[in-house]
Design a binder for this molecule. Structure first.
Ligand code: COA
Length: 342
């Protein structure tokens, strides 16, 4: 069975906020932001919500896959900033798209969310449960960022990316129920599509990157619930990312029996240019194999990996047979990675 990404799409709000714009709000500068993060500008919602962005990205992914919404059997929306507590963002997307045959639910794994959702789609397809799954990563972090906190507000932007994931019976890689990578035996030779995936979490480190939701005890205290803001220990997150990402990528390749030299691109979560540079250094590879778009979008959380993947796809940079590693990390703390033969 071949489980492949049949189409990609993305969307970011039109409203551009530059570093100079932020320097008018908090004590920062274009020079500081660019040199510490690689970010020049970000897109910020001018009214569109998480589900609205997800719908636009999904429409583009469906068009790219040549598929109708009615053919989708499951919609997974990875987000930590849904527009409401309920209904889920995925159900809102389903309604807007007219995906009448689809089940739909959200997945919360912050910036690793798209990879968690992709893994979930893969598992449903390999088990024979569904054939066509729409996987979306979308976040509107501008809603939860404290715009008076210079240490966090300069980092994030809003955006969404989507992928149509489909299963084809037969071909290399076995049939239903048979993943391309079997424990200890590497990847089935000649297999294509999604070859292997890894997910992980470390809940003990949750406080280093968090956003409190409603305060508890509303009934007993009689207080009106307040929304929390994103808070972060930037240096801890930085240290975690530059250690964990190379480890995860090496584990993914080792379990698949593949070598880093065979991989064309590492499509990494766009959190900070310097984090990606450190990952490149630790893996001893050139930044040419780590495409970046953080300068234009900032960190779009669950939207970041699929947004970058879609740009590469549309620019014609992904050729059939190319080996890609997708990898991300985020609050939780969480991490995920996928090995894909395009
Ligand atoms: N503009 C100007 N100065 C700023 C600033 C800003 N926007 N933000 C912080 N500073 C100041 C700090 O107050 C500090 O000043 P001090 O030396 O007088 O105390 C100085 O810059 C250095 O701060 P520091 O936190 O040590 O900077 P850093 O090099 O670690 O960079 C981050 C900060 C946030 C860019 C970096 O830690 C990072 O990217 N971490 C990962 C965050 C991340 O990716 N989160 C999402 C994960 S999904």
């Amino acid at each position: 069975m071949r489980i492949k990404i049949a189409g990609t799409g993305s969307y970011a709000p039109e409203h551009v906020v530059t570093n100079e714009d932020l320097a008018g709000i908090v004590d920062t500068s274009d020079e500081w932001i660019k040199s510490r993060t690689g970010i020049s500008q970000r897109r910020i919602s001018d009214g569109i919500g998480t589900s609205g962005m997800a719908v636009k990205a999904s429409e583009r992914a469906l068009a790219n896959a040549g598929m109708k919404a009615e053919e989708i059997q499951l919609i997974l929306l990875a987000t930590s900033t849904p527009d409401c507590h309920f209904p889920s963002g995925a159900c809102q997307v389903q309604g807007e798209l007219g995906a009448v045959h689809a089940a739909a639910y959200d997945i919360s794994a912050a910036c690793s969310g798209f990879l968690f959702a992709l893994n979930t789609a893969y598992s449903f397809i390999i088990s024979g449960f569904y054939r066509n799954v729409l996987v979306i990563g979308a976040d509107c972090l501008s809603k939860v960022v404290d715009w008076s906190d210079r240490s966090t507000c300069v980092l994030f932007g809003d955006g969404a990316g989507a992928a149509v994931v489909t299963g084809e019976a037969g071909g290399q890689g076995g049939d239903f129920g048979k993943p391309c990578v079997e424990q200890g035996s590497g990847c089935v030779p000649g297999a294509s599509g999604i070859l292997h995936m890894i997910m992980g979490a470390d809940g003990w480190k949750g406080p280093v990157l968090s956003c409190e939701s409603r305060t508890v005890g509303n009934f007993l205290t009689g207080t009106k619930p307040e929304m929390g803001y994103l808070s972060m220990d930037g240096q801890e997150v930085f240290k975690f990312a530059v250690k964990k990402m190379p480890e995860v990528i090496e584990q993914l390749l080792e379990e698949s029996g593949m070598k880093l030299e065979q991989v064309k691109y590492l499509v990494l979560h766009q959190a900070n240019y310097r984090i990606s540079e450190s990952i490149a250094k630790r893996l001893k590879i050139s930044m040419e194999r780590i495409p970046m778009n953080i300068s234009r979008y900032g960190n779009t959380s669950a939207g970041s990996v699929p947004l970058l993947l879609d740009e590469l796809n549309r620019e014609g940079k992904l050729k059939e047979g190319d080996l890609l590693v997708l990898a991300g990390f985020g609050a939780g703390l969480t991490w995920g990675a996928a090995l894909i033969r395009w």
